[in-house]
Design a protein around this ligand. Sequence first.
Ligand SMILES: Cc1cc2nc3c(=O)[nH]c(=O)nc-3n(C[C@H](O)[C@H](O)[C@H](O)COP(=O)(O)OP(=O)(O)OC[C@H]3O[C@@H](n4cnc5c(N)ncnc54)[C@H](O)[C@@H]3O)c2cc1C
Length: 416
Amino acid sequence: MIVIGAGTAGCIVAQELSNAGRTVALFDEGAGSAVGPLSRLPLTDGPQVRWYSTGDGGLLPRGRGPGGSALINAGYFLRWHQADFGGWPWPIETVARAYDLVDGGGAAGWLRASRVADDELSPIAAAFEHAATAAGLPAVAGPWSDVGVNRLRLNRRGGDRWTAWDAIEPLRDVAVHGGARVDRIERVGPGWAVATDSAIYSAPTVVLAAGTLGTARILLRSNLVDGPELEFIEHREQLVRYHVRGAAPPATALLHTVIHLADGVELRPYNGGFASYIPGVEPDAAAVGVALMRPQSRGRLTLDPDGELRVALPIPTADDRRRIDAGVRTVRELLAGTELKGVAEPGSASADEPLGTSQHACGTTPLGTATTDDGELRDHAGVFVADGSVLPTGGSAGPHATIAAVAAVIGNRLAG
Ligand SMILES: Cc1cc2nc3c(=O)[nH]c(=O)nc-3n(C[C@H](O)[C@H](O)[C@H](O)COP(=O)(O)OP(=O)(O)OC[C@H]3O[C@@H](n4cnc5c(N)ncnc54)[C@H](O)[C@@H]3O)c2cc1C
């Protein structure tokens, strides 16, 4: 079996296949996997980042190399709300069991997800938690996220990131091909040929796990989708900037807590300006992200004339915009309240334009519609998709934990 992509999903699928004694070839376009401190997001030009173009000068980063985007992400690993799985082809018990594997049900799991402790909570995060609970929102307890204040779990060992690649070593019967970028796959007889930059491999079954953008590029280049484009889900985000009173002390991670509003908006009180966490960013004011987690709008993925992926981010519908605007008003109210007096300069709030993005692209080949319930492409037997591409809905929290859980289910079914 060939697995393309050694990110979160690819590693978990490879682990399940390896445990079942299957012979696997695991391809990744990156060759190395350097795990750094969670207090820095290494979004710099270098071997660990692949940049995808939005066609208008914008660039979107994705992790490159074993570990995938978890090598560069913010480390936040939250389950979605239970209500998010209403339209899924799997019963909630299946999802719950898979989450238990990857997050340990609240105590680590494969991805070593540990809760931000009270004594490491940044003053900014603590003040926002107080402000939100004073405004009547509940503090969410238990393994699932929900409407209210959700203290984050982070993938980490000590102060360092922890990726699925770290979790699965050592692998049995898995040949890892690093530095091998897959260009396309093609049916040959009963199986599939996989073409990289330098060689062609074949197998009866191929699992696409190159991340939503990487997998879309392969699907489009291989003419495995109807038409020239794929739609995707993204959590667009508006930043509300404000001035911190005094100096914001450096925190263990960019984000420690998130607030979920009832209409599907996530508020992210970042622990200061991005410049403290992302190399190369100009010094900037602190920010609260207002992220639209269950958008109606969809983005589009196409190939440019050179055959490279072009990403058109979703343009919010009127209802999406209404919910973002309501979230911005809520942040302004929180910033103006007494609980945040010690943290925020009064009257300093201003909303950034244009909208940003959460780097959460998903949902191009949804489970149960574009694929079978097991992730196999409906029109192409033997090709499975196991990464963020198959999320059928946008969810109420970041996608990482859910992608890991989905990969655990698909990997287990492939191995069985
Ligand atoms: C900067 C940033 C911050 C984020 N922060 C968070 C967060 O805090 N919380 C959260 O929930 N989510 C976050 N996300 C999203 C989350 O990290 C991703 O959705 C998740 O890691 C994707 O997992 P995946 O397995 O689908 O793909 P990935 O983990 O991206 O893995 C894809 C792998 O495929 C490889 N690959 C790609 N193309 C090819 C090819 N053609 N041939 C061979 N190999 C290929 C890549 O090298 C990579 O290793 C963030 C993302 C980014 C980029």
